[in-house]
Design a protein around this ligand. Structure first.
Ligand SMILES: Cc1cc2nc3c(=O)[nH]c(=O)nc-3n(C[C@H](O)[C@H](O)[C@H](O)COP(=O)(O)OP(=O)(O)OC[C@H]3O[C@@H](n4cnc5c(N)ncnc54)[C@H](O)[C@@H]3O)c2cc1C
Length: 470
């Protein structure tokens, strides 16, 4: 468990778990001017405070790492011996026009969606977890399942942002500096800290869901046919049952899409709280592995049939967003996400089934949650976009916490390498330097060059990021 030491306004220290979700809403850590600031976490509440933290003359210990909701699964938000800049106090939605919304980095996607929904508007794209922050979602290259040619990356809807650079300067980047905007989308906070983002908005859209249960071979054939179609594909995969539960999304006018908010709420509760909680409990109280996993798989089959196949026929971003309440309060889950070339999906899922079965046979361990996958259309709006060269499928392996998970994640990274997997620096566990270099090639070289110009002293990179981006 990671811990950070923080100083409050009076200078006294207290301990905080880095993964803690409920944080007091006070401005901690802006250290008194004359004293050397202590390592830890700071929570700026204004541009002035953020500039003060970033200004080298203020001597805040480095590395300095920005943090949103901290839902990343890697060490990208940690700063051992340095300063974590927690954006929780920068939560204003500062402007809504007919075509754009401007929100500070600490606003959650849920808060943003709620505010826009009141005016019948939305930012394009849907995201699985609404407790993410605007800053984390844009800097972390956040994506979700989308329909009808929509972009999967929320960052691609960013038309401007205000950034504080590692030397404490304020920089406004907009579409007149398109290349720079592209570099900052998905930049993992390695170029500067985003203070606010302006997104394009549009009237709310609805979609219909076509849901099916099938075996992997059938799904592989269907998915290959659909790869270049303008349809959203999301699926839950139970490799030990050879089962895939798919949901295809197509845009549909309001009247035809039966959006049942209650059904979305129930689905969300089941998928993110009830099932993970039961699986975690079964892990502790059923000692016989074969029995436990057969119970777990049975529960997921039941859950998918109930929550996905029968209840939700239609949806909208608003329904999806509003189905989730507040900050993520479910049981902790471990995950690792990699992206794979879309045309290989059928073979990839077959190979993963073999990989998971062999791992279980050899090491008596397997994940207890379904693998989650969705299609990412080609997207070149960010320099380090994982689907820059063509459509990809993101494959998220998820489990309740377990001592053997870390080894599993390491072997999953090797598996990913064999299948041309593209790592995500905030979501792919145990990615090797070589995997990142091969996946991003000359785009990574360009990113490193920009980084050297903006952060020649390496103030913004911790050892985890340094291995990939310096
Ligand atoms: C169960 C689960 C499911 C998930 N599913 C998905 C999914 O479907 N799709 C997906 O994309 N992600 C997914 N994630 C990963 C995670 O939600 C994303 O990485 C998200 O973008 C992070 O948002 P955050 O606010 O939590 O950012 P954090 O995790 O706090 O930070 C992410 C990165 O952005 C940087 N950063 C944060 N704020 C700023 C800022 N203001 N300025 C500059 N840099 C900043 C951080 O330093 C870090 O490098 C999932 C996570 C969990 C736990």
């Amino acid at each position: 468990m990671r811990h950070e030491t923080m100083a409050n306004r009076n200078g006294t220290e207290w301990r905080k778990q880095a993964g803690e979700k409920k944080r007091p809403n006070i401005n901690r850590g802006i250290a008194p001017k004359q004293t050397r600031p202590k390592p830890g976490v700071v929570q700026p509440a204004s541009l002035k405070q953020l500039v003060h933290i970033m200004d080298p003359a203020s001597r805040f210990p480095t590395p300095i790492r920005p943090m949103g909701a901290n839902s990343a699964s890697t060490q990208c938000t940690t700063a051992v011996g340095g300063t974590v800049v927690d954006m929780i106090n920068l939560t204003d939605i500062t402007e809504i026009t007919d075509t754009t919304v401007t929100a500070q980095a600490g606003v959650t996607l849920r808060e943003l969606a709620d505010e826009l929904a009141e005016q019948g508007m939305e930012v394009a794209g849907t995201m699985d977890i609404v407790t993410r922050t605007v800053g984390g979602a844009v800097a972390g290259g956040c994506f979700g399942p989308v329909h009808d040619g929509d972009t999967a990356f929320i960052g691609s809807q960013a038309v401007a942002m205000t950034v504080v650079t590692p030397d404490g300067k304020v920089m406004r980047i907009d579409e007149t500096r398109q290349n720079l905007l592209n570099v900052f989308r998905g930049s993992m906070g390695a170029l500067g800290i985003i203070l606010d983002v302006t997104f394009k908005i549009r009237p709310q859209t609805t979609f219909v869901l076509k849901q099916r249960k099938m075996d992997v071979a059938t799904f592989g054939v269907a998915a290959t046919r659909l790869v270049h179609q303008p349809v959203g594909i999301k699926f839950f995969y139970l490799p030990f049952k050879d089962r895939v539960y798919t949901a295809l999304r197509r845009a549909q006018p309001d009247d035809d899409a039966k959006v049942r908010n209650f059904a979305w709420k129930l689905k969300d509760l089941g998928e993110t709280s009830v099932l993970p909680a039961i699986c975690g409990k079964l892990g502790r109280i059923v000692p016989i592995q074969s029995l436990r996993y057969s119970l777990v798989d049975g529960l997921h089959e039941m859950g998918q049939s109930l929550f996905t196949n029968t209840l939700t026929e239609g949806g909208s971003s608003a329904a999806e967003y509003m189905s989730q309440s507040g900050r993520y309060a479910g049981p902790p889950l471990e995950y690792s996400t990699w992206c794979f070339p879309a045309q290989d999906l059928g073979m990839l899922l077959e190979a993963y089934k073999v990989f998971a079965a062999e791992y279980y046979y050899n090491f008596k361990y397997r994940c207890d949650m379904p693998v989650v996958g969705f299609r990412l259309p080609q997207d070149q709006s960010a320099l380090l976009s994982p689907s820059f060269d063509g459509p990809m499928f993101a494959l998220r392996v998820v489990t309740s916490p377990h001592p053997k998970w870390e080894d599993y994640a390491m072997d999953y990274a090797e598996f990913a390498q064999r299948w041309g997997g593209v790592p995500l620096l905030n979501q792919s566990r145990c990615a090797e330097q070589g995997q990142v270099t091969i996946a991003f090639g000359s785009r990574l070289d360009f990113f490193k060059r920009i980084r050297r110009q903006l952060d020649s002293e390496n103030r913004l990179v911790n050892p985890y990021l340094a291995q990939y981006v310096t």
